[in-house]
Design a protein. Structure first.
Length: 443
């Protein structure tokens, strides 16, 4: 008869409300950040303009996407710092958190509007909900302290509060300037990094090592809660990206007949999308490889650092752009195959390079990785990063130098991934020997 696991030498605990709040918040933040890129669409080509010129018209919109993604990432970082010190939750804390999440979930809409218009209303539509979310985050921290919901010994409250006040202060300045000039309101954002640097110089408390770092016990060791939350946030964005890629598998834009498609018509429609299915499979596989490398890197990281967080967010920002890169390839490939293919591969190159930066930072001087990480594992991962970047560069170069219609040869370089991976594994046999459960023994 099943004993229900009672023979295990553990103390069963219920799923805590605080943990569910954090998980829900991470999902909302991650989905909102990814939807920013999902709203990037190519406009309809007018006249005799080359299709690739349309992509250059999107550069300003892509810039706004980058800005919006980093702003949401900043709010997620502050949310993490607040809940790193909160131990318990009650109904009012949940409600305040929902107010903040509502504002974050709303952000993809004003970001898309801001990308298409520079009018004052569009700018205010972007700033106001962000300001409300900042106030809600401050309210979360003040309420948690007032109701003694913080962890024992979680001091440093004034330091955290002073940092939480920076963004709403910048937003107030921006809102005051927008009625006079949208450009002036945008320039006001420069005050954010300036204020952050100034606050650090005045009060150089280490955000990476707060007085109480929430940790989860596992076996004979502990897992840094900040690191664990960053990994969960990353997995959420990867999952959304992998799902959004499938949106490219749309049916024919033509209106279907009222009596439905016949088998022959449906089969013809499927055949007409052969290139789309191949591109979907290739993109899904490549993003999956990026996740695999991401898991390999974070499988050895045991220490959370703020620079690591921001490098990881920049990588996730580029990963969220992969569905847009796929749409560029599918929508513009028929008219300008070489340029569209090169652009598609350059998006992948950017993801590869940003992921390499995460690994290089974590492994440099062993500032973040486990002590059990061997030198050969570090060298092998660097070789993997270098060869991946080289393969994407080679593919983009082949796409540029080949004639339209023959740029598909650029994708032949993907076969090199298997070859280089085998060579690296043969040279460094322990390259993929990842510790189980982040290196902590289990009993």
């Amino acid at each position: 008869m099943d004993s229900g696991g009672d023979d295990l030498d553990i103390d069963p605990q219920p799923v805590g409300v605080r943990g569910r709040i954090v998980a829900l918040s991470d999902n909302v933040f991650g989905f909102a950040a990814t939807l920013l890129a999902a709203r990037l669409v190519l406009p309809i080509v007018e006249g005799d303009r080359a299709n690739i010129e349309v992509l250059f018209d999107r550069f300003s919109t892509i810039g706004i996407y980058i800005f919006g993604f980093l702003v949401i990432g900043y709010q997620w970082w502050r949310h993490h710092q607040v809940f790193d010190r909160i131990e318990r939750a009650d109904t009012w804390l949940i409600l305040i958190n929902f107010v903040m999440l509502a504002c974050i979930a709303f952000m993809p809409y004003p970001t898309s509007v801001l990308g298409e218009s520079q009018v004052r209303v569009a700018a205010l539509l972007y700033v106001v909900p962000l300001f409300v979310s900042s106030l809600a985050l401050i309210g979360l921290w003040l309420y948690a302290r007032r109701r003694s919901l913080t962890a024992p010994g979680a001091d440093g409250g004034q330091h955290l509060l002073s940092h939480l006040l920076i963004l709403p202060g910048v937003l107030l300045l921006s809102m005051a300037l927008i009625p006079f000039s949208v450009t002036a309101g945008a320039v006001a954002w420069i005050a954010l990094p300036v204020a952050l640097i100034g606050a650090h110089l005045i009060d150089p408390a280490d955000d990476d090592d707060p007085p109480v770092r929430a940790r989860r016990h596992r076996g004979h060791g502990t897992v840094d809660h900040g690191l664990e939350r960053l990994v969960a946030y990353s997995d959420g964005i990867y999952a959304v990206v992998l799902t959004i890629i499938a949106e490219q598998l749309g049916g024919s834009e033509a209106e279907p007949p009222t009596d439905g498609l016949t088998s022959a018509e449906l089969w013809a429609q499927v055949q007409s999308q052969y290139d789309t299915f191949v591109a979907f499979g290739l993109t899904f596989h490549t993003v999956g490889l990026f996740w695999s490398v991401h898991a390999s890197i974070f499988g050895r990281i045991v220490r959370f650092r703020t620079p690591l967080l921001w490098l990881a967010l920049i990588h996730l920002m580029v990963i969220a752009l992969q569905p847009f890169g796929l749409s560029v390839f599918l929508d513009l490939g028929s008219a300008d195959s070489s340029a569209a293919t090169a652009t598609y591969l350059l998006f992948m190159l950017a993801a590869s390079l940003t992921l390499a930066l995460v690994g290089w930072y974590a492994e440099w001087g062993r500032r973040c990785v486990a002590a059990t990480t061997t030198h050969s594992q570090v060298v092998a991962r660097r070789w993997q990063s270098a060869t991946a970047a080289g393969i994407f560069c080679l593919g983009a170069l082949i796409a540029v130098i080949t004639d339209d219609g023959n740029s598909g040869w650029a994708f032949a370089v993907f076969a090199l991934f298997s070859i280089t991976d085998r060579l690296i594994r043969r040279r460094y046999p322990d390259a993929d020997d990842l510790p189980d459960e982040a290196g902590f023994a289990t009993t």
